[in-house]
Design a protein around this ligand. Sequence first.
Ligand code: PMP
Length: 541
Amino acid sequence: MNKEDFPILNKNIFGKPLIYLDNAATSQKPKKVIEAMTSFYENDNANVHRGIHTLSEKSTVKFEKAHETVAKFIWAEKEEIIFTSGATESLNMIARMLEEDINEGDEIVLSVMEHHSNLIPWQELARRKNAVLKFIPVDENYGLAIDQVDKLITEKTKIVAITQMSNVLGTINSITKIADIVHKVGAYLIVDAAQSVPHLKIDVKDLGCDFLAFSGHKVYGPMGTGILYGRKDLLKKLLPINFGGGMVNGVTLETAKWGDLPEKFEAGTPNVAGAIGLAVAIEYIQSIGIDVIETYCRELTNYALDKLSAIPGVKIIGPGKSLMRGPVVSFTVEGIHPHDVAEMLNKNGIAVRAGHHCAMPLLTELNLSGVTRASFSFYNTKEDVDALVNAISEVKQNVSINKEISKTTETTETIDQELYQENILDHYKNPHNKLEMIDCTVKHPELNPLCGDKIVLYLKIVDGIITDVSFQGDGCAISQASISMLTDLIKGKTLNVVKTYTEKDVYDLLGIPISHTRQKCALLSLKALRNGLTSLEEENA
Ligand code: PMP
């Protein structure tokens, strides 16, 4: 639907038409949004609020109108819409705005499925104020354990901050059910709507939330834009946390009088072009109809769930189609690391994301280091899903053929031969030096936070020589091959020699061009070596 409005979707990647299935990370931009921003800079560019001249007047009117457009979209009032740089900034802001109300021993309730952006700001608030964090667990159907909400929210609860749609599981949480419980105990309800705003009709009053955060770039608007909605009566009472120009009604040398809403919370020169672009994006969505988008994406998601779950070895990590869920479909492919799956799909022109998706605690809870995620928009089609399914099936087929061969050769599963050199695959299939070392001098764990690769490096050092080396852990083909090769290289070498090894030495070992996104995988081994030796030096200092 409406694919022709998105210039980027005509691109080819590796000679294949781009199939963009990474919409949960960011959506593509319709031509209208791009043109509106260019037009602002070509015709209207001036700072807002402070100028009498014509351009400043035009810019101010457009910026204020953008507030109105966003307000109408989520059924709020203009004064309740604060422009930010994204959901992350919105959530950080509200955590600081509420700080004055939080005392030692107060409780903040979150869920296990939160994105880091709706977790770390609250961790930091709890640390600053000696408050207590509590977490609503995820049940066996990948939903919120709603029966526990009643027990977790108590008279001590001051803040409940919950995502409306999980960016990993696709689960849609019933905010209205939670809102009743939250308000009974007089706590604040904050909703992370980064994933839900592009796909669901949002009425902040119906939801019963006090604050709601979302990002402009996931809703077809520009990067660097976001919204913090706050209930007007609360915003009037709360104090600003950023100070400077544009947010005051009067200033003396000693004091300042805060401006009206929403300027009180929008200090400094705002991202006017971004706000205008976001408003145009919202108007564009409204021209299609958010209910049309919701229905279309639900059907596409159900189709994808059916097709993907029919592939042997593919496991969906998220609710089935009978449950409330959005168009975010995460999965694992037996025997293939999510990074390798994503790389193979990329070679077919298919853009998906792999890793922990900034929800590390959720992945830990599910006992997974990463998942591959396909996320859909209204410009995706069933043909896109078919292409995804075919590409994964092909990869799986390779694996099973290789498995058959491996029965006689005693090797383990393998992955796409065309993608990685035989040397890398050899080390991946049969890693060298992969075992625990008990009598080691150094034991150093290292993690690649991008994809969840975890290794532990063991070194035995005698008289400045690495007499033995081994490692444990799992990861993608690149990171496993890299550590396997590096351990071979350093065995028997002096520390003085080993310390001279650089990134280039690791790339030379791997012998293939390493794309920017895979550099962390490739260099995890070197990082473990360097940090392991540094901690030994610190111990001996
Ligand atoms: N919350 C959720 C659920 C998200 O998916 C994201 C983005 N992945 C964020 C918050 C943070 O959004 P941004 O990076 O645009 O600030």
